[in-house]
Design a protein around this ligand. Structure first.
Ligand SMILES: *Cc1c(COP(=O)(O)O)cnc(C)c1O
Ligand code: SF4
Length: 314
């Protein structure tokens, strides 16, 4: 994954290590090589037609493209981001629409990537083709563009995209999941985008990843989740950093994460406290128990089918 930042982020990163660490390439990325897996979440295996991942029975995830306005060094899709291999043709989009229509158990469609709002033309094409499939009840779009490049929301193409989302959101719930990692990302420019989105038929949620050296402290995350909540964004998930080749330097100690989340749960409004999950390779997103009960054992967990999975965090 190449280094890529926007001029906006370059300015924000000045004297701001929490931002620098997220975007600046480190030699450690090649040196550590502790994790072997490039695709631990087995997305490639679950890709049923090009660009469409169907892993959980009622939900489908569309990779709109593999491009983003900036490249986050901790990205789960480290192996792919920035490449043209994920660009979709008209026929790929038709195939997705056909798959979604013929699998009516899918009621929840997630546009992801890459950043769907960084590929607005493709996003518009996809949404126009699937908006009227009656079995789809809920739409979501994941993005980090409000953090990477807030001023791009003033471009005509992005305005058209947001207008379309708003129009669909009038009929079916539309959730926007914005990726936030640190309170320093809540700038006036980004909050202006958040306020403009709040006036639309869109419910705003956030997603965060525990990142060593960036946000693994009670104070940072308290400020982040409170700041999001105060601005009308509901913190949805905080993930344990995936065991992906290249992102080793960001993975925190799981006990530390558990302690942080336990303290946050005591201090934050319930709505402001996200669910802490680990995406277990081959099994999906499993919530991690907080320390309110005695004898919690983090050496193994069970997935949603009841299967026991040993976890190695050494
Ligand atoms: C995360 C994810 C989803 C959505 O999961 P939720 O827990 O419903 O937010 C759906 N499909 C894939 C492949 C995912 O990785
Ligand atoms: S915006 Fe999302 S998909 Fe793009 S590099 Fe960052 S984490 Fe990865």
């Amino acid at each position: 994954m190449n280094e890529k930042v926007t001029p906006y982020l370059r300015d924000l990163a000045l004297n701001n290590p929490a931002i620098q660490l997220q975007f600046h390439r480190s030699p450690e990325e090649d040196a550590l090589k502790r994790f072997q897996l490039e695709d631990p979440l087995e997305e490639d295996k679950n890709e049923v037609v090009k660009g469409l991942v169907h892993k959980y029975s009622n939900r489908a995830l569309i990779k709109v493209s593999l491009r983003c306005a900036a490249h986050c060094r901790f990205c789960t899709r480290y192996r792919q981001i920035g490449s043209a291999e994920g660009d979709l043709e008209e026929t790929d989009i038709d195939n997705m629409a056909t798959y979604l229509s013929s699998n009516p158990q899918i009621d929840d469609v997630i546009l992801s990537g890459g950043d769907p709002l960084y590929a607005p033309k493709t996003t518009i094409n996809i949404l126009k083709k699937i908006r009227d499939i009656s079995s789809i009840k809920v739409f979501r779009v994941g993005t980090r563009l409000p953090v990477h490049n807030p001023s791009s929301f003033e471009s005509p193409l992005l305005k058209r995209t947001v207008n379309l989302i708003d129009e669909i959101g009038e009929k079916k719930p539309f959730f926007m999941l914005i990726n936030f990692q640190h309170p320093n990302e809540l700038t006036e420019e980004t909050l202006k985008v958040v306020r403009s989105l709040r006036r639309r038929n869109i419910t705003l949620l956030s997603q965060t990843v525990f990142l060593k050296g960036v946000n693994n402290s009670v104070d940072n995350l308290m400020e982040l989740f409170q700041g999001l909540y105060h601005n009308g964004v509901i913190p949805y998930y905080i993930f344990r950093c995936d065991y992906v080749k290249g992102v080793e330097r960001f993975v925190c100690d799981i006990k530390e994460e558990q302690e942080i989340m336990t303290l946050l749960r005591s201090r934050l409004s319930g709505i402001a406290c996200p669910t802490y999950v680990v995406d277990v390779p081959g099994h999906g997103k499993i919530p991690v128990p907080l320390s309110y009960w005695d004898n919690v054992d983090l050496s193994h967990c069970r997935d949603f089918k009841g299967q026991e999975i040993p976890l190695d965090y050494s």
